[in-house]
Design a protein around this ligand. Sequence first.
Ligand code: IPE
Ligand code: IPE
Ligand code: MG
Length: 255
Amino acid sequence: MEKLIESIDRNRIPAHVAIIMDGNGRWAKSRGLDRSEGHVEGVNTVRRITEIASEIGVGCLTLYAFSTENWNRPQAEVDALMHLIGIAIERETPDLIRNNVRLRMIGDFGRMPEDARKRLQGCFDATSHCTGLVLNLALSYSGRWDIVEAARLLAADAAKGTIAPDDIDGNLLASRLSTASLPQQDPDLLIRTGGDLRVSNFLLWEIAYSEIEVTDKYWPDFSKEDFLQAILNYQKRERRFGKTSEQIAADGTNK
Ligand code: IPE
Ligand code: IPE
Ligand code: MG
């Protein structure tokens, strides 16, 4: 672990890492446990990865914890997850404060159960002064939901006359997405655990040029070392943003 940390280039730490935390259910099933046990174990991974991300100086860590589509799971699993999210947030708040981590969220807050909303709000308030890592939970979130909300906001502004339809460009649309107020909107690195090669409606706008790392490991098994390895792999990539390799070498924009 120490060796891995040392081999990381401190000048090229991704400012925003986003993770699709997948595989809790399969992890539990492979051990003959209930799916909910996988979610409980997954919370421990959240704690580990938050710690290491904060330690190496990642600015923002966005974790996909519950998608819009996850509301369609069996009610008992949805209830268990919502309960777990509330409990875990409250329990971890003192450690977040100690580590100077600020909790935020993206997603449909109003659709969350009242109890989870209260605990989340408590943690947002208690960590609002923290200036280190921003831990951003995607809850009742989907990329399409967010883009639709942004379209609605823009349409309302246009109807009021505060903007003209012609004013709408990529920057203006991005400014209405729920990710607009994060330290950096677009993730440099997107990690998916659990091995599936899809984005499952996550940050559709923002991942336009994110580097992608997929690991077969289930989320409960994902270690600090795995996270550091993903960062190392990221640092070996050449980000071209549509340009040629020669252009990137000349203007030094690969970061
Ligand atoms: C990810 O694990 C957590 C959530 C989607 C809430 P899953 O519950 O999707 O686990 P698998 O993919 O079924 O193994
Ligand atoms: C993606 O996992 C959503 C979260 C990790 C919260 P899913 O398990 O819901 O994704 P699919 O259904 O396999 O695409
Ligand atoms: Mg899954």
